[in-house]
Ligand binder design. Structure first.
Ligand code: SF4
Length: 134
């Protein structure tokens, strides 16, 4: 039997672009320029959602929310990684090329699915994502 003190379970991976129904962490606000203004330290999603009020637009078009990665229950799951994170990181690198970027201060980096799989290349692309819940 494996000693959990020696070989702890890997951390639960967080999806950095999840619908409100699955959200546990408020990641940030979408600015009028369409960028994410990240919020730290981690704020419970329920606190932000309670303050969101009723609006004509879905909350996901105004907030970025994070929650547990649901792997095979998500259409972006390829079988062993998140296809959306891979696509975003690849398209950002294609458009901008290899550059040193200052990583945004986000609340979930330690457990983020996209960062775990794509590394720092995921983060500049992440800041342009508005969650599509359709
Ligand atoms: S991709 Fe980077 S900036 Fe976006 S949530 Fe993950 S660690 Fe944070």
């Amino acid at each position: 039997m494996t000693d959990p003190a020696v070989c702890p379970d890997p951390p639960e991976r967080m999806c950095p672009s999840t619908p409100a129904a699955n959200a546990t962490v408020f990641l940030g606000m979408i600015t009028p320029a369409g960028r994410v203004a990240y919020v730290t330290p981690a704020t419970p999603a329920e606190v932000a959602l309670a303050a969101a009020g009723d609006a004509d637009t879905p909350v996901e078009s105004r907030y970025r929310l994070a929650g547990p990665c649901v792997t095979s229950s998500c259409g972006f799951w390829t079988g062993d990684h998140c296809g959306l994170g891979a696509r975003l990181a690849a398209s950002y690198q294609e458009a901008v090329g290899p550059t040193e970027v200052e990583l945004p201060k986000c609340a979930i980096r330690r457990t983020c699915r996209w960062f775990a799989e794509q590394g720092p290349a995921a983060c500049p692309a992440c800041s342009h994502v508005v969650t599509d819940t359709r």
